[in-house]
Every structure is written in C-alpha cells, then in structure tokens.
Design a protein around this ligand. Structure first.
Ligand code: SF4
Ligand code: SF4
Length: 309
C-alpha cells in the first residue's frame, strides 16, 4: 500500500465536482503559476508554515528547536527556514497557531478512513471524492489506489488536474475516475510558459486524450487579469474546447464536455508569506463581474456549455 504527501483533506466541498464531496489535496506540482491559489501544494516535500501575525513571542519554539531555526531577539521572532529540518517539534509547542506543518505522509488506509466518513452525504447528494493538489497525476500510484478503493466502496470519483503530467499517468487513472476537471490556463505557448513556468503542448495533448475518452470532462480557466482575459487569448482557449467537443461528437461520444470560469482572487496571499515564497500576483485585482460575464458570453456564443463558478 502506498503512502504519500497530503496537504489538506476538505470535507463538505461543493466546488470540486457534483454534490457534496471530500477533496483530498495531494502535495507536489510541476507548474509554477504565479497567481496559484494553493501555493502550499506546490513543493513535493513537507514545509513549515510560519504565520508571523499569530506569533505571541513566547519563545517555546526557540527552546525545542534542535537546529536553532527559531530566534527571539528583544521580543521579535525570526524563523530561519534554511535551518529547519521539518520534524515538527516546534509545531507541537506553539500554542498560538503561528506554526503549522504543511504536508503529512498518509497511507491509502488513512485517507480512506477520512473520506468514507461522509459516504451517506455522497449517496444523498450525488457527490463523492475528488483528488486535487498539487497535481494528482504526479502521485499516480497513490492516486490510483485511493480512487480504486473509492470505487470498491461504491463512491464516485473525480480528479482535478492541471494536465501537466505524463499521458500514461492520466491514462492509468481513467478506469477509476468518473469525472475529470482539467485546467486550461492559456492557449499561446509563450504566454503559458511566462505565466506558469511551462509551455502547454503536453497539457493540450492530455486534453485531447481525455476528450477522446468517454469520460465527463469539465475544463476550467482561472481568469487572471493581464494573463488570459484578453479577448484574443481567451477566444483561443474557447476555440480549442470547441474543437474537442466537435471531435467527441464525431466519434459518437455523448459524454459531456463543459467549461467553468473561475475568477482570480488573492485570498491565498498570506500563505505565500507563511511559506517564505514570493507572491508575484499582489499587483493584480480580481476580474469584475462584468469582465467575467463578457468572457462567459464569448464561450456561450461559441456554443460551449459554460458557467462562472
Ligand atoms: S512558539 Fe509560536 S507563538 Fe511562541 S514564539 Fe514560537 S512561533 Fe511564536
Ligand atoms: S520543524 Fe523542527 S527543525 Fe524546523 S523549526 Fe520546527 S523544531 Fe526547528
């Protein structure tokens, strides 16, 4: 049985697929989207989060840390991240919640114990379990085992993927996944590279592969001002989705392909600070309702079943 890093298990999730769901967030992603809403899912290793605003300068962490990663000078606390070996002793003694260990190694059994607690809610709401991240396609053996166990337990499954993983990985998840939700962030390779650290050929290829299967598919675009909200760029994404819808219907495949627009937000900005990461989207403002609706109109006018989530 495999074990891997999970950074969050969200119960009663209603935004990660149909019905009431439990979303399991796996740690590790090969993309570096500069606006990422879940920076704590990026690195494939445990890391300490330090929320300075919660610190009461009690000094307990200084007392227990064997590598002196915590320093208290004249009542001011400093966290020396490079000295931290993430074994977590400080988290256990910090009573203010200023310290949290991001990422825990869990076995498939441990994940299943948590997700099966809400099985009655899944059954009554058409819900189930969603794997998200990070990128589930990177932790593919762990992902497949969890999804298989869910299927064995009669629980519907969904996978949220950024598409930046091997085609083989996504292929291996097909038999145990009822619904795929895949990001399409940009269509222009150079713009995609500049915004995410990777070009999009592999992602578009994986999108074509998923579209050729009989699986329900929801494409999602996080609408980020100055990144992908220009009519030309956005229309390019919509045209690509139209192409896949046409391919699917030519193949006589009736499984739905739908589209969701998600408005960029800055709610996760303090997570970057707590992780010692640079937040490069602080200068951006969320798109307005009008901007979102004008993009929605572009998608719907093109014949795509789209909505704002
Ligand atoms: S234990 Fe927590 S509250 Fe106390 S000094 Fe350390 S970080 Fe601050
Ligand atoms: S996790 Fe361990 S090494 Fe890291 S700061 Fe806390 S006590 Fe020190």
């Amino acid at each position: 049985m495999s074990r891997d890093l999970v950074f969050h298990i969200q119960r009663f999730s209603i935004h990660d697929g149909p019905g009431i769901r439990t979303t399991v967030f796996l740690k590790g992603c090969a993309m570096e989207c500069f606006w990422c809403h879940n920076p704590e899912g990026r690195h494939p290793y445990q890391e300490l989060q330090y929320f300075a605003t919660r610190c009461i300068a009690c000094g307990e962490c200084v007392r227990v840390c064997p590598t002196h990663a915590h320093v208290l000078t004249d009542g001011v606390h400093t966290f020396l991240r490079d000295l931290c070996t993430t074994h977590g002793a400080c988290v256990d003694v910090c009573c203010s919640g200023a310290l949290e260990m991001n990422g825990r190694i869990m076995s498939v059994d441990e994940v299943m114990f948590e997700v099966l607690q809400d099985k009655p809610f899944y059954e009554n709401s058409g819900g189930g379990v969603t794997l998200s991240g990070g990128e589930p396609g990177l932790n593919v053996r762990f992902s497949r085992e969890i999804l298989q166990r869910c299927k064995d337990a009669g629980v519907a499954t969904a996978v949220e993927t950024c598409g930046y993983c091997s085609k083989e990985a996504l292929n291996s998840l097909l038999p145990v996944t009822d619904l795929f939700m895949m990001d399409l962030k940009l269509i222009t390779p150079e713009r995609h590279d500049a915004a995410t650290g990777n070009t999009n050929e592999r992602i578009l290829d994986n999108a074509r592969m998923l579209a050729s299967t009989g699986k329900p598919l929801i494409f999602r675009t996080p609408v980020v001002p100055t990144v992908n909200d220009a009519v030309e760029e956005f229309s390019g994404i919509v045209a690509f989705i139209r192409e896949l819808i046409a391919l699917r219907s030519v193949a006589g495949n009736t499984a739905p392909i739908t589209y969701e627009l998600l408005a960029f937000h800055k709610l996760g900005s303090d997570k970057y600070v707590s992780l010692g990461m640079d937040y490069r989207a602080s200068h951006l403002e969320p798109p307005t309702k009008e901007q979102m609706h004008s993009l929605l109109t572009i998608a719907r006018t093109a014949g795509v079943d789209a909505r704002i989530r």
